[in-house]
Design a protein. Structure first.
Length: 450
């Protein structure tokens, strides 16, 4: 297991830890086994080869960030399981779906409203937004791979790109975001709180959400007819759902209270994880969902199993100095550059490396710590480089039809060719560079964040 070929002077224990970590990351990318199974093997291996003592291997399960992610998945179960997510989306469509642009903006708005409580790009995009997108295309008479596909192509592209942008907006809107915040805290000593994350993202995110549909409309040039059909569809769906149920009313109260707890965490001092756990407890006490419902949320339990040891390994690599040495090696290519140029080069490299990844989580896990440390070594302000890499850990999903879990769902509808998908994704990535690396950094300077 030793990595003796590395010219970085690692000790035997560091080599073992790094070998297991690299092997684990590769397994998350290739996925010969489910992610949880890969992590079980990694935990066992760490102990058997003496890379870490048993209690330390398991220490990640006591990390509050792990429980924040776990709770967020349970909120997603409640939002989707009660039908509240679909209700929100159809309400936006009925109110704002008067034209093609206002229609896709209404879908994006629904995505943003759901994002803080549905931390899975796949669950939110594939489970809530995609069915609505597909229904809207059908209501407009659009069918894939036919002369009528144009408006459907436009709606699918807009729905997908709004989904990962919403993932970038909140600490709890993508499963890897709290992990990224943990890395930022341990490596850069930067606390990316829920409020800081949201306030930093709001301006560049609104730019992305506003520009994307305009870009896709220009690319697709859809023929628009029958827009009233989508409002009729929304009306019919809402009629079938009926008035707000008791469970939905309780859920709204709980979600608003949890959101308020996250926003005011700097005042009351409670960790976001315990605010979330209080909300989950309220969901159970108010019988919005049962414990059996939560036991059936396999994504929550799976995320806990694979995320906790992964966070432990990353923190141990940082504590033992492995990440510092690797980042110094990475920084060698930027020697002599100003910190501004080095920061931009690191962010662009981090973004376009995602052509080789099929998961935002795997990308962030593998590369965020090293790129963050390299940025710090280059002299980047800690908060600035931590935020840029955090946001582009979500925005990189724009590039391909396999770059995140929701991408194959939208692409699989058949409305968008691979050529158009990649062209639209690359153009949107250029726009995101302008909005987040350009306008975003100026916005954060105005806020006094860096």
């Amino acid at each position: 297991m030793a990595l003796g070929f590395l010219p970085l002077g690692f000790t035997s224990e560091q080599q073992k830890l790094l070998a297991v970590f690299v092997s684990t990351i590769l397994s998350l990318v290739v996925q010969p086994l489910p992610m949880g199974a890969c992590m079980m093997l990694a935990m066992t291996t760490l102990f058997l080869i003496g890379a870490m003592p048993g209690p330390k291997v398991l220490a990640g399960f006591g990390n509050p960030t792990v429980w924040l992610i776990f709770s967020a998945f349970l909120f997603a179960r409640a939002v989707i399981g009660t039908g509240f997510g679909l209700r929100i989306a159809y309400l936006f469509v009925r109110r704002f779906g008067g034209g093609p642009l206002s229609l896709v903006y209404s879908v994006a708005a629904a995505n943003v409203v759901l994002a803080p409580f549905v931390p899975s790009d796949t669950a939110r995009g594939g489970g809530v937004i995609y069915p609505i997108v597909r229904s809207l295309a059908q209501a407009l008479g659009s069918q894939p791979q036919t002369a009528t596909a144009g408006i459907g192509t436009f709606i699918v592209l807009s729905g997908f790109h709004a989904n990962y942008t919403a993932s970038a907006m909140f600490l709890t809107s993508m499963v890897a975001n709290p992990m990224i915040a943990g890395f930022a805290s341990s490596i850069a000593k930067v606390e990316l709180s829920w409020t800081l994350w949201a306030s930093a993202s709001i301006v560049p995110a609104l730019c992305s959400l506003a520009f994307g549909p305009v870009l896709f409309y220009w690319l697709v040039k859809p023929r628009v007819a029958g827009m009233m059909a989508v409002r009729s569809l929304a009306d019919e769906q809402l009629r079938q759902m009926g008035p707000l149920s008791r469970k939905e009313r309780w859920l709204i109260l709980i979600l608003v209270t949890v959101m308020a707890g996250w926003i005011t965490s700097g005042w009351h001092g409670f960790h976001n994880a315990f605010v979330a756990l209080a909300g989950v407890s309220a969901v159970l006490v108010c019988q919005v969902l049962t414990w059996d419902d939560f036991l059936g949320e396999k994504n929550a339990w799976d995320a806990m199993i694979w995320f906790a040891p992964l966070l432990t390994m990353a923190e141990e690599l940082n504590r033992t100095g492995v990440i510092d040495r690797l980042s110094s090696a990475l920084l060698g290519g930027f020697h002599g550059l100003s910190w501004q140029v080095a920061t931009a080069a690191l962010v662009l490299s981090y973004l376009y490396i995602h052509y080789g990844f099929a998961s935002m989580t795997a990308h962030a896990t593998a590369l965020y710590p090293g790129f963050l440390a390299a940025g710090l070594a280059a002299g980047s302000p800690p908060v600035l480089i931590a935020l840029l890499l955090a946001f582009f850990s979500n925005l990189n999903a724009s590039l391909t039809h396999y770059g995140t879990g929701s991408a194959p769902v939208f692409f699989g509808a058949g409305f968008v060719s691979q050529t158009l998908w990649w062209r639209a994704g690359f153009l949107m990535s250029l726009a995101n560079i302008v909005f987040w690396l350009g306008i975003g950094t100026m916005w954060w300077k105005l806020l006094g964040i860096w």
